[in-house]
Design a protein around this ligand. Structure first.
Ligand SMILES: Nc1nc2c(c(=O)[nH]1)N=C([C@H](O)[C@H](O)COP(=O)(O)OP(=O)(O)OP(=O)(O)O)CN2
Ligand SMILES: [Zn+2]
Length: 160
């Protein structure tokens, strides 16, 4: 839309996961330093004298929301679908687990993140999630179905 600007804030978090049934090395328990690019779009505020004049949204407000909604939960956690054999041991030993309920591919993770941020009322344009320095997935906010991402849910999740 005319006059709109896209702004981006970048986050990183370190997590472990395991793609049960994967034909290759990702069937092993392993970890990533994920890089998350959150892109927001809107018209910069024009209200004279307002703290946010000239901002689409204050970067510090984006940071607070993304930290609270996602990073605090995912960082240094095992990202679980719920079907991983190691899950029982992690739960028994009090290790940090984010039970997401879906297969933790980068495609599904980026859809989950986009949905969470849309629900948090950010003027979200898209999220791009880097799983490795050479692999990423991107989801546009406008491509998230009203009732949430279309991935298969296994059992439950501790998402809300
Ligand atoms: N389409 C997808 N393919 C793969 C995913 C995924 O989420 N979506 N995930 C994995 C593994 O979890 C892991 O990310 C390995 O990815 P890969 O790019 O193969 O990692 P490398 O370290 O081998 O990357 P190189 O830069 O090519 O060395 C697998 N596939
Ligand atoms: Zn992986």
């Amino acid at each position: 839309m005319l006059g709109e600007v896209t702004v981006c804030k970048i986050f990183t978090f370190d997590s472990a996961h395991q793609l049960v049934g994967h034909k290759g090395k990702c069937s092993n328990l392993h970890g990533h330093t994920y890089k998350l690019e959150v892109m927001l779009k809107g018209k910069p505020l024009t209200e004279p004298g307002h703290s946010d004049e000239g901002f689409v949204i204050d970067f510090s407000d984006i940071k607070a929301t993304v930290q609270q909604q996602l990073v605090d939960r995912l960082d240094h956690a095992f990202l679980a679908m719920g079907n991983e054999p190691v899950l029982e041991t992690l739960n028994q030993t009090g290790s940090k687990v984010a039970l997401l309920g879906f297969r933790t591919t980068v495609e599904n993770m980026s859809a989950y993140i986009a949905h969470r941020l849309k629900l948090a009322d950010l003027p979200l344009y898209s999220v791009k999630l880097w799983e490795t320095p050479t692999s990423w997935a991107e989801v546009l906010a406008s491509d998230i179905p009203e009732d949430g991402p279309a991935y298969r849910i296994h059992g439950g999740c501790d998402c809300e």
